[in-house]
Design a protein around this ligand. Structure first.
Ligand code: KIV
Ligand code: NA
Length: 271
């Protein structure tokens, strides 16, 4: 039986071929994505995508665990990583270990992801030395939305670029197995990718990265509250669902659904 890719397998793909990753939150969608992905991320973006929250700040450990379990019930190929939610790791490296260990024990996932640069390097080293593979996340960090006052791509100014360079180096040296680079200008993403020995997985961070990730509901055209520049719709599912609901409503009102083929009768039909 083929086993899921490990975090070490993901690291080893750097320089070999681009790494394919998507978010997944539920069993049925994960089942469809898994054969095509190296890595499935149970991202805290689920707060917005599944629960209608405005930001990821309100996402809880319980939500991440429930969806991590849902994805793990079906993943057979991809490495599965679960995001640590806001508030579950920033307080101390001990708190981070407790949260990460709980997620790994209760879901069986392969590792966790946390946002942060230099300020989180000590935590990343603490976790990796104690058996928890860490996926880093630098550049645009959505959990900082309230401190920053919004979402915008970063790394244009020299000060910003220097900070992101230091963040990348710190998280790489701390032992992360790979790092998400989000919302970052191309030259900087290219530079970081060349400088690090671990793979960079880009989202809105140019083709220069070692791999790409998108929120699956974005690329499926299912979550259309807004469409950032970096999202490409590989399908348009929203109109298909609207149309199906409209057709269903019309058939129920016209009493054409359910038809005889959907209806249980008391007596067997003559053959
Ligand atoms: O939560 C998420 O979906 C993410 C990815 C977009 C990297 O963190
Ligand atoms: Na996230």
């Amino acid at each position: 039986v083929k086993k899921r890719l490990s975090t070490a397998n993901i690291t080893a793909l750097k320089g070999v071929r681009p790494i394919v990753s998507l978010t997944a939150y539920t069993t049925p969608v994960a089942r469809l994505l898994d054969p095509h992905c190296d890595l499935l991320l149970v991202g805290d973006s689920l707060g917005m995508v599944l629960y209608g929250m405005d930001t990821t700040v309100g996402v809880t450990m319980e939500m991440m665990i429930a969806h991590g379990q849902a994805v793990m019930r079906t993943a057979k190929n991809a490495c599965v990583i679960v995001d640590l939610p806001f508030g579950a790791y920033q307080e101390s490296k001990e708190q981070a270990f407790r949260s990460a260990a709980r997620i790994m024990k209760e879901t069986g996932c392969d590792g966790i992801k946390l946002e942060g640069g230099e300020e989180m390097a000590e935590t990343v080293a603490f976790l990796t030395r104690r058996g928890i593979p860490v996926f880093g996340h630098i550049g645009l960090m959505p959990q900082l939305v309230n401190a920053i006052g919004g979402y915008r791509s970063v790394g244009r100014s020299d000060t910003e670029a220097d900070k992101i360079r230091r963040d990348a180096t710190a998280i790489g040296e701390a032992g992360a197995f790979a790092i998400v680079v989000e919302g970052t200008v191309e030259p900087l993403a290219r530079e970081i990718t060349a400088a690090l020995s671990i793979p960079t997985i880009g989202i809105g961070a140019s083709p220069a990265c070692d791999g790409q990730i998108l929120v699956s509901d974005d690329m499926l055209g299912l979550f259309n509250d807004f469409k950032p520049r970096f999202v490409k719709h590989f399908a348009e599912l929203a109109p298909l669902i609207s149309q199906a609901a409209e057709d269903y409503a019309n058939e129920v009102k016209a009493r054409t659904f359910p038809g005889p083929e959907h209806t249980f009768q008391v007596k067997r039909q003559p053959v």
